[in-house]
Design a protein around this ligand. Sequence first.
Ligand code: HEM
Length: 388
Amino acid sequence: MPAERTTDSITVPPLFTPTPLVERDALGIWHVRGYAEAKQLMLADAAQAGFQAEDVQKARIDPVLYQQGEPHRVQRGQIARFFSPTTTHQKHMPVMEQFADSIIGEFAKAGRGDLNQMAMRMAVAVASAIVGLNATPGMVKRLNAMLHTPTRTGHPLQDRWAELWGRGQMLTFLLFDVRPAIRARRREPQDDVISYMVSKGKGEMAILAECVVYGAAGMVTTQEFISVVFWHCMLHPELRELMLTADQETRYEFLNEALRLEPVIARLSRRALSDITVTSDGQTVTIPAGDRIDFHLYEINADARTVADAPRALHPHRDLGAGVPRAVMGFGSGMHKCAGEFVAIAETDVFLRRLLALDGLRIEQEPTLNRNELIEGYELRNFIIAAG
Ligand code: HEM
């Protein structure tokens, strides 16, 4: 340290250039890795470009996840009542408790089971009750097969087979599940999404597409989330203890923090509809109309400017800035922000509190970890657990 200072501050250039938080790659795709930037862009004039949006738009169907502007705002406003915290706690909670008791009761009796399958049954049952489908064991199987269609390999014959398989699964889902539900609701409307769509005069294909969105956005996501939180709780006894003894607010905070660190959907995408200007660390970047924008949630959710204290660590009681959601962008942001976030947190809580309370609970076989390329998400398969 020099005896006399000649300047009050010294500029130290970084050894490595930090990765820009908004950058364009050689293919012309923009990559966003900062929370403040992502939040601005999620409110900008851009259309859904994830979840095979271009294929869905070609088919001229527009489930809520792919809608834009006024029609989207109207539909979100009208379906909000199915998902609010009040509806979740007053209407859906007893249904969740009943399903969880039945699935975990069967597991406790058998002494052994595949957690991923149990979580799938729970997630399908809860989302089906909200949508208006009848979650029979057959439907769980059909949805499982449809939503986990073989991935494309680039081999023409195999890919053609995968496409036909996907269409076949969709057709059986329509014939055995969606069509009977529509007929039943035409005769006797209920307080659910299908009844709402029937009341708006929507056709069978539009309702099928909406059901597939709820299957993918609501069922598969929650299935994986339940499994990953369980795994953390078994690896860290203090988290299991928290789930069993803490009050609801603390448990929900922990579950959101777990989703922040383990986003089930790790990449969201949009396409700019007009030139979009975004500010990043005092610099202005313009994204031209027509360009694709990918949001990388692992990085956005651990942005040290938003999540200041050890952003990669799990802090069940973390302090975040005003207005920053606890899961940061784990449930998305802006107009397409997850409709079912309260449902997802509540059902994970209901299910895991019952499961984690069982005596002699243990993992018999750690899950195989697969990657879902479409959403850069994780899939935990063959997660064998035992109790008693
Ligand atoms: C842990 C579980 C869940 C996660 C991680 C999750 C995550 C997300 C994310 C990130 C989006 C935004 C997609 C985008 O911006 O492109 C989204 C949208 C959506 N989610 Fe969820 N979700 C979960 C559970 C649920 C559940 C249980 C339901 C319903 C029962 C649901 C229904 C929806 C719907 C309808 C949308 C589309 C909203 C719109 O486009 O306006 N989600 N979800």
